[in-house]
Write a new protein. Structure first.
Length: 175
């Protein structure tokens, strides 16, 4: 009998996220100067920062190259940001090797076909509600939230609650 996604959450030490369609809503706004702007959720950002402060590894792997995204993620405390990635599996394998992380300790959230093979390698493949059908099919958990609208917060909060760390983090601020 296989484990439920809630049982798998007990073993998660690492969150890896795709960017466009997961940490953003998948749309771009093109300014008159040609700059491409993306929308990101403040709640997702708060959860990402909380995960880092609670000792989790947090990483972003994206085929996109938007430097504004890099700045936003750095401001949240994420140091492992891989943009312009052609081979996400290769980057994933290098990342877990550097930090000595087992694939079963990783929750990956992706939304489209470039995320497929990395999702097949991790302990807990997840996706936003509006992910491609092929990605939903291989996900152990499909968030009720869409990309850029709280799906990262959803999975981070669930993992931290399963592990008893969600409120622990907030209570520690006032002890």
């Amino acid at each position: 009998m296989s484990k439920s996604y809630k049982e798998i959450m007990n073993d998660i030490t690492t969150f890896i996220f795709d960017v466009d369609g997961v940490l953003t809503d998948g749309s771009i706004h093109v300014s008159t100067t040609g700059e491409m702007l993306r929308n990101m959720s403040i709640r997702d950002g708060y959860a990402l920062k909380t995960a880092i402060e609670s000792g989790y590894n947090v990483c972003a792997i994206s085929g996109g190259k938007n430097e504004g995204v890099r700045i936003r993620l750095r401001n949240l405390g994420i140091t492992d940001i891989y943009l312009g990635v052609q081979d996400k599996v290769e980057t994933f394998e290098e990342y877990i090797d550097i930090y000595n992380i087992k694939p079963e300790q990783v929750l990956f959230m992706g939304d489209d076909l470039p995320d497929y093979w990395i999702m097949k390698k991790v302990g807990l493949p997840t996706c936003p509600q509006d992910a491609a059908p092929e990605i939903k099919e291989i996900s152990e958990y499909v968030s009720h939230k869409t990309g850029g609208k709280g799906c990262a917060r959803d999975v981070i909060e669930q993992v931290m609650k399963v592990q008893g760390k969600w409120m622990e983090h907030f209570n520690a601020q006032y002890d």
